[in-house]
Design a protein around this ligand. Structure first.
Ligand code: UD1
Length: 425
């Protein structure tokens, strides 16, 4: 297994390009299942998760080819509709094939994802919605079995929680249903809009784009897509926070600043100087004489502050001038990074879903362990800002969601490399 070694304390500076969004690429790859033929997906990030999703597609009988960041997916032949445990356990988003397979094949069998490092993460909203669309769903031997005797039927569905992947699954199921589906309290993350736009390009009839009520008029068939993945707002935010934490000055390029408003507002509140271009954002340290200020955040569904940038913001706040209060409202157990940040000298107290972060004069490098994807990136940020050497083990978590991380950070002047982890008996 590899570990990441960082010699911290260097101010990051320069430009870093942002890749396509992992959380958009995954549902868009799944959506190709809806129409037989050759689909073209552009700006696809080369990540462990996108590779896992394509492996799952291959398992279903789909053929695909990478050509740089363009992935061509041929969904003409589908052998069967089963997503096995071995794939689902490594990536919960495998559940995204449920909706499209139910719609196209009338049958799908997907392993239940189970818990994960950040909480229980149930999928009952996906299942309830599919039932409302007329599918039969059974839970058996750790699998959810979805069958339909006829075409799915449009329905009115209310999501008690605006779940991102449930919204995506149900939209994908409803586009081929008979009649109209009204999906209320839908999630409206930009990745969902990316999916909706792709589906419209394939011939789907969807109203309410970017809103929390999606009206889907089912059509009998769709055509293959040619579609680009939006820039990754979480990767973008991670680099802005990394640059800010080191006191550096840098620009993220190839991004959509409009998707980053909640973060940019918090960065400005902390005293950082932010300049937005059309596809760029520049971050500079607070003006002379000012220190990095403490800012509170509460994670919320989009357009609120994203839970996927909570850990990284906390890393920045360990360096601020006062106490910052960070409240996590989306996932029940998303403070796994706290104990690791404490190893670097952070002063953090947790009370339920709230973390109280006291700014310190600085962090010091240490050996830490990556626990989940975003927690890991907060450790990278802290390690870059800390004095001395930080070693992060279990970096396969980072490889799930950050394309060319070492290369991109090196381009900003970070001293960072991968090393083989020595086995301890
Ligand atoms: C997606 C993102 C993930 C992000 C999360 C929240 C992908 C591939 N992953 O995950 O990076 O952290 O959104 O922005 O896009 N819930 C239920 N019942 C369900 C489904 C969800 O109660 O059936 C709850 C969850 O426990 C959680 C909340 O809804 O409290 C939001 O989760 P959800 O939006 O479903 O997250 P994911 O779609 O899994």
């Amino acid at each position: 297994m590899d570990k990441l070694v960082i010699e911290g304390g260097k101010k990051l500076q320069g430009e870093v390009p942002i890749s396509g969004a992992k959380n958009a690429a995954l549902p868009l790859i799944a959506a190709t299942l809806l129409a037989p033929g050759v689909h073209v997906l552009r700006n696809v990030p080369d990540l462990r998760d996108t590779r896992t999703m394509l492996k799952l597609m291959g398992h279903l009988g789909v053929e695909y080819r990478w050509d740089g960041d363009v992935v061509t997916v041929d969904t003409t032949k589908l052998h069967h509709g089963e997503a096995p445990y071995e794939l689902v356990k490594t990536m919960r988003a495998s559940v995204l094939v449920l909706g499209p397979l139910a719609a196209r094949l009338g049958a799908a069998r997907v392993s239940l994802p189970g818990g994960c490092a950040i909480g229980a993460r149930p999928i009952e909203l996906h299942i309830k919605g599919l039932k409302q669309l007329g599918a039969r769903c059974r839970l058996e031997n750790g699998y959810v079995d979805v069958t339909t005797t006829k075409r799915l039927q449009g329905a009115e569905i209310y999501l008690t929680v605006p779940s991102v992947t449930a919204t995506e699954n149900l939209v994908m199921a409803a586009v081929l249903a008979e009649g109209t589906t009204v999906l209320k309290n839908a999630a409206k993350e930009p990745e969902i809009t990316n999916l909706v736009d792709m589906l419209i390009g394939m011939g789907a009839q969807i109203e309410g784009r970017e809103s929390d009520v999606l009206i889907i008029h089912g059509v009998s068939q769709l055509r293959p897509a040619d579609c680009a993945i939006i820039p990754d707002r979480i990767e973008a935010g991670t680099y802005l926070l990394a640059i800010a934490a080191t006191g550096g000055e840098g620009t993220i390029t190839h991004c959509n600043p409009g998707h980053l408003l909640a973060l940019l507002e918090k960065l400005r509140a902390a005293g950082l100087v932010i300049e937005e271009g059309k596809t760029t954002v520049t971050v500079r340290p607070p003006v002379l004489g000012k220190k990095l200020g403490s800012v509170d955040i509460i994670t919320r569904p989009y357009p609120g502050y994203p839970t996927d940038l909570q850990a990284q913001f906390m890393a920045l706040m360990t360096l601020a001038d006062n106490e910052s209060i960070i409240k996590e409202t989306i996932f029940e157990n998303r403070f796994m990074h706290v104990a690791e940040l404490q190893r670097l000298g952070a002063v953090i107290r947790i009370d339920g879903n709230t973390a109280f972060v006291t700014g310190t004069m600085g962090l010091a490098g240490a050996k830490v362990m990556a626990t989940d994807l975003r927690a890991s990136s907060s450790l990278v940020i802290a390690g870059l800002a800390a004095s001395g050497r930080t070693e992060i083990s279990r970096i396969y978590h980072l490889e799930r969601g950050y394309e060319r991380l070492v290369e991109k950070l090196s381009g900003l002047g970070a001293v960072i490399w991968k090393e083989k982890e020595e086995e301890v008996m």
